[in-house]
Design a binder for this molecule. Structure first.
Ligand code: MG
Length: 391
């Protein structure tokens, strides 16, 4: 006799405000569906899982299994029906004959725990059914749709019901057959079971109050806000060739010299390294992706203007700069006279105090391309901190 789970993921999820099926929503690099399957596996109680999906989500599911790893417990995938009851029934019909206990779980509840699962399965063995539930915290009103009369049921007598819901398989199947014959409209399997047998057994387990169903846009916004790291760090490196007839611009300062740096923009190598550090911290690739050389708009442009655009991305992603540190590697010219102005330029655009925008210069004691004065390189590091809201 085996124990199986029917995992329901065929819902429309139209209240979520997301583009696709909410079970594919990725949080900290792993989808809601994979997180659910992880917990079902961790419970170490199931012989198999039947996944109920809608047909149009099959290709997304295959892509997900490829990317996040297929759960070996998923033995069958079946398509959902026109209603919650029919989807559940399709899943039950796909179970093997020797099933003793079946759990039905909603894939939009990824915060379920092995303890909750085991509690419902144990109760199903003992009482025929085990439905996880929690005390109600809100005061509930009942409204009579005809008279608009409002009454208040005693909160101590109310329970909020979730999934997993576990049942004796034969009994649940019989209840479903009856519900189908009668065209019963239900919101969960507990109602199907109650309709046939008069009641269900309500299970208790620690953590049930956190076993929430991801439903509304707000639920996903909260997850997104959680997933953003509080701090992010990035590094940048760039090098440009020295050429005749070019200005030498470093951190927005025109530095007098017999040659300047060659490049598509003003070739401000220090600001390029800094922009890459900022974009790197955000996981936004590099400046080549945001300001391609092939784009005529950026020809000869001041890199300080590009830095302003990068800072717009930083703010739009809900971050601010804590500090930045830039190292310019050049044999000549001497840069000491210009460092203060460079720091002030950067601080103004980064939105930090001057003490948090450091610039330093070094030589390489005549070694390498910087030492031979073929070019100048720069390195940068930037630290970002999360602000309140994603714009
Ligand atoms: Mg560059």
């Amino acid at each position: 006799m085996s124990v199986w789970c029917v995992l329901l993921a065929a819902g429309q999820g139209s209240r979520s405000g997301l583009d696709g099926n909410k079970v594919f929503f990725r949080w900290r690099g792993r989808s809601v569906l994979s997180r659910c399957l992880d917990v079902l596996s961790d419970a170490e109680i199931y012989d198999g899982i039947v996944l109920v999906l809608s047909e149009r989500d099959m290709s997304d599911y295959r892509a997900l299994a490829e990317r996040e790893g297929a759960c070996p417990l998923v033995r069958r995938v079946v398509f959902g029906g026109a209603s919650r009851r029919e989807s559940g029934y399709n899943g039950l019909c796909a179970l093997p004959e020797d099933v003793e206990i079946v759990s039905v779980h909603d894939a939009a509840r990824p915060f379920v725990t092995p303890e909750i699962i085991r509690a419902t399965v144990e109760d199903a063995r003992r009482y025929g059914s085990g439905v996880i539930s929690t005390p109600v915290v809100d005061t509930i009103k009942r409204i009579d749709p005809a008279t608009r009369q409002v009454t208040t049921p005693d909160r101590a007598q109310l329970r909020a019901v979730q999934t997993p819901q576990s049942f004796n398989y034969a009994r649940l199947m019989q209840a479903h057959e009856r519900a189908r014959r009668e065209g019963l409209n239900v919101t969960d399997d507990a109602m199907v079971y109650e309709h046939a047998y008069g009641s269900v057994h309500l299970s208790d387990a620690p953590g049930a109050e956190r076993n929430v169903k991801l439903t509304l846009p707000e639920d996903f916004r909260r997850l997104r806000a959680q997933k953003r790291p509080a701090m992010r760090i990035g590094t940048g490196y760039d090098a440009h060739r020295l050429a005749q007839g070019r200005r030498l611009v470093l951190c927005g300062v025109d530095v007098p010299h017999d040659r300047g740096l060659d490049g598509h923009s003003d070739a401000d190598v220090a600001v390029h390294a800094l922009m890459d550090a900022l974009l790197g911290a955000l996981g936004e690739g590099d400046i080549g992706r945001h300001f391609p050389d092939s784009d005529a708009r950026y020809k000869g442009i001041s890199s300080m203007l590009l830095l302003e655009q990068v800072m717009e991305i930083v703010r739009a992603r809900g971050y601010r700069v804590l500090n930045a540190d830039v190292t310019i590697v050049a044999q000549r010219p001497k840069l000491a006279l210009y460092i203060v102005q460079m720091r002030e330029n950067l601080a103004a655009v980064l939105g930090v105090d001057v003490e948090c925008a450091n610039v330093k210069a070094t030589t390489t004691e005549r070694m390498g391309f910087e030492g031979a004065q073929e070019g100048i390189s720069a390195q940068a590091v930037a630290l970002l901190e999360k602000t309140e809201e994603e714009a």
